[in-house]
Design a protein around this ligand. Structure first.
Ligand code: ADP
Ligand code: ZN
Ligand code: ZN
Length: 749
């Protein structure tokens, strides 16, 4: 037999997660490349469906092969390198090959779009969990092909405008409205950049003369001729960005290219401008707020080799750029680098794969590196480069802690301490601006005492217990330890022990009452409607038309307002209490970042951090802005309690609509894993925890149970997990129980 072609079909079901062989007539065969999209007859009825060419084997084990019907366009949609990336993700994150392939493809690529010129676009977002979306997809598949296509698109994108959904899927608006009316999708609106980049408005800038530390950094990175991972560690303003601008400049001189990843939240016009001012039209920008038309234009420029630098969010790591010379990840510790869709990849791990594939350096940059990253820099796996001084000699703001327990004793039960009130008043008088930061993470899910700061924690896992309203209980979601909800603090016997709930709006009301006449800008999910988008709010604040900006995570990063002299962190320890082993590093990062918003202009800044735990090490180290001390403390804890980097975590989540069936099924899976671990001699080097109800124990009337495995990932474990997936798909239970496996998840929810 000749002209054999290996094809991956565009079907998400696990049972067809393998390569299918086809033949092709000579004329068609000569056009096929790895990554070509083709139409093939499939299944019993020989329905024609989409597929992707992934190989040209010499022989096939199947006797009579079906023939490929047609090729969709002469241009392949991915090359060998990106296919290798897809295979890597399939392996590492236990996904199907087709969902890995779909992840490397930009949505709607290969289709021609007109440019839309609107500043605000209406569109839709997913309104259900990914697990539920995948289950629903299978239900819809044969009944409603148009709804299926729309849902597939929405699984891959945070937000898609109405017009883009219609263009990409070919459906009418009615189809989208149907999904909205079923609450599968929800309508929303985002602002898009009119043009991704206004090149003409940006003035050319040139490299600064690097200081000694920068010079060393630039040389070390540029001298690396092979694969190697660097950690560029230094406080904000120490010149890290300038270092990578100059490293990229050197690569461009050698006709090489670069990918620069930034977290969504800091992909601001300022950072784009900085790159464009150096490299002009050689820069392409990729992020989710581009219209599909703009995104497709950017991809075309990249594919045509018109671009030397791609700057973008997480998914830009899949940019089809050739001749890569360097990959840079700014703020490498950020959560947004980990995808929550299948395959749940981490951009850092994919970047490492691509850097290795191209044999080039990877640079990770941060002022507060991920604990695992810093550990690897300590143990020599990564090369550590430190920038110890701020370039402009400006001091970090002075940080003061406010003990909120004392406030309660003094009879102040409001969210804002007397001390902070005083400082806000001072700022209003002096016509200086204030940012109030509300840490929403962990609000209302944990129980804490307002008199003594006690929080209910699991003794075995040192993680806060989660409050479950349905049965008034507190549960540890790592090991399942459960107690009745507390009415009285076990430490100080105060009745003021409860779970918390505060929103941006409440803080805004409080401020307006206390300071009549002050102008505030509350910025939260609940307050940003079409009339006041984020950028409007920020612009008004920047033009000093508002006195006080109130917000959650959005106000922490990348904002540079010279007349902000005061930052108030309303509840610094909130984040500490969420039931996640990484809550410490997130809290530290947040406090450091948000305090860094103060005093960027001529007047020195100050930050007030309200806390119920002023003696907590993490809060104290954050006050001193001492990352190293924080790291040393944290790495010890991780070692003692056995968390990454000292092990990997595999989460197995089960969802179904009846509680009993899902918990007993999860128990069966646990037994299987234990037996398999025992047989393979890995039981002693691993911990199998659970099943326990997951943090969000019921969503959309589906019960969720979880098994957590702490282990050192190896091939044996991979095989056991893959066998589990295969076995699960063969059970009758798999029809109503969904099993979702995640490797080193970001959040255990
Ligand atoms: P980071 O990325 O660590 O926050 P940046 O690279 O943004 O630091 O540098 C902080 C500020 O100092 C920027 O305004 C930058 O333009 C400026 N800067 C950086 N390096 C130099 C240098 N060698 N000489 C003069 N100014 C510099
Ligand atoms: Zn526990
Ligand atoms: Zn107490």
């Amino acid at each position: 037999m000749s002209n054999i072609v290996s094809v991956v079909v565009n079907r998400l079901t696990r049972s067809v997660d393998k390569l299918f062989d086809y033949t092709a007539p000579d004329e068609l065969y000569s056009k096929l490349k790895i990554g070509s999209m083709v139409y093939v007859p499939f299944g019993k009825g020989d329905n024609v469906i989409e597929g992707f060419v992934v190989g040209f084997p010499e022989t096939s084990t199947v006797d009579s092969l079906k023939e490929i019907v047609a090729i969709s366009s002469d241009e392949p949609l991915f090359d060998e390198e990106l296919f290798a990336v897809a295979k890597f993700m399939k392996e590492k994150y236990f996904s199907t090959l087709i969902s890995a392939i779909k992840t490397i493809l930009p949505p709607g690529v290969g289709v021609h779009f007109d440019k839309t010129n609107e500043m605000f676009v209406k569109g839709v977002e997913l309104n259900i969990s990914y697990d539920d979306a995948y289950s629903y997809l299978e239900l819809l598949r044969d009944k409603a092909p148009m709804q299926t296509r729309v849902l597939e698109l929405m699984i891959q994108n945070d937000f898609v405008s109405y017009s883009d959904v219609c263009m990409i899927t070919g459906c009418s608006r009615t189809v989208i409205k149907t999904l909205v009316s079923k609450s599968i999708l929800i309508e929303s609106e985002v602002s898009v950049y009119r043009n991704p980049i206004d090149y003409d408005a940006i003035e050319q800038t040139y490299s600064f003369e690097p200081n000694d530390e920068q010079k060393t950094a630039i040389n070390m990175i540029s001298d690396e001729e092979n694969f190697g991972t660097f950690l560029l560690y230094g406080v904000t303003g120490s010149g890290k960005t300038e270092v990578f601008l100059q490293c990229i400049e050197k690569k461009i001189k050698d006709n090489k290219t670069a990918i620069v990843l930034v977290p969504e939240i800091s992909l601001t016009p300022q950072i784009i401008e900085r790159f464009v001012s150096r490299f002009g039209k050689k820069v392409a920008v990729l992020h989710s707020k581009l219209s599909a038309g703009e995104r497709s234009d950017e991809y075309r420029r990249i594919k045509n080799g018109e671009v030397s630098v791609v700057i973008g969010v997480r998914s830009a790591i899949f940019a089809p750029i050739k001749n890569l010379g360097i990959i840079i990840i700014d703020e490498e510790h950020e959560n947004t680098y980990k995808s929550e869709n299948l395959p749940a990849y981490h951009a850092r791990e994919v970047a490492q794969f691509r850097a290795q594939y191209n044999d080039i350096p990877l640079v990770l940059s941060s002022a507060t590196p991920d604990i695992t990253t810093f550990y690897k820099a300590q143990t020599g796996e990564y090369k550590l480069i430190s920038l110890t001084k701020r370039v402009n000699q400006k001091n970090l703001p002075n940080v003061e802690l406010v003990d909120m327990r004392q406030e309660l004793i003094n009879g102040n039960r409001s969210i804002i301490s007397d001390r902070l009130r005083e400082e806000i008043e001072k700022n209003l008088k002096n016509k200086q601006q204030t940012i109030l930061f509300l840490n929403r993470r962990g609000f209302s899910s944990f129980v804490s005492c307002r008199s003594c700061g006690y929080t209910a924690k699991c003794q075995r896992c040192n993680i806060s217990l989660t409050y479950h309203k349905s049965n008034e209980s507190l549960t540890c979601h790592y090991c399942g330890y459960t107690i009745k909800n507390l009415k009285i603090c076990p430490k100080c016997l105060s009745p003021y022990i409860r779970h918390f709930g505060v929103g941006t709006q409440k803080v805004d009301d409080d401020i307006k009452n206390s300071f009549p006449g002050s102008t505030t800008a509350p910025m939260g999910v609940d307050t940003t409607t079409k009339k006041s988008s984020h950028s409007d709010i920020l612009n008004r604040f920047k033009e000093e038309k508002t006195d006080i900006l109130i917000g959650t995570q959005m106000v922490t990063k990348g904002l540079d307002f010279p007349s902000v002299t005061l930052v108030g962190v309303l509840a610094a320890d909130m984040g500490l209490n969420i039931n996640d082993y990484r809550s410490g590093e997130r809290t530290f990062d947040l406090i450091t970042q948000v305090c860094g918003r103060a005093g960027r202009g001529e007047v020195a800044g100050r930050a007030l951090v309200q806390t119920y735990a002023p003696e907590n090490d993490i809060i104290l180290h954050a006050k001193e802005q001492n990352y190293i001390a924080f790291y040393e403390n944290e790495i010890n804890l991780r070692q003692i309690l056995r968390y990454p980097p000292f092990c990997d975590i595999i989460s197995i989540l089960f969802t179904a609509s009846t509680n009993n069936s899902v918990s007993s099924y999860a128990q069966k899976v646990r037994n299987y894993i234990e037996r398999a671990f025992l047989l393979n001699n890995i039981i002693d080097s691993s911990d199998v925890l659970g099943p326990t109800p997951s943090n969000l124990s019921r969503i959309n009337n589906k019960y969720r149970w979880r098994i957590l495995i702490k282990c050192n990932m190896n091939d044996k474990i991979k095989t056991i997990i893959n066998n589990l997936i295969k076995g699960h798909n063969k059970t009758k239970e798999s029809k109503w129980i969904t099993m979702h496996i995640e490797y080193n998840p970001n959040n255990i929810v």
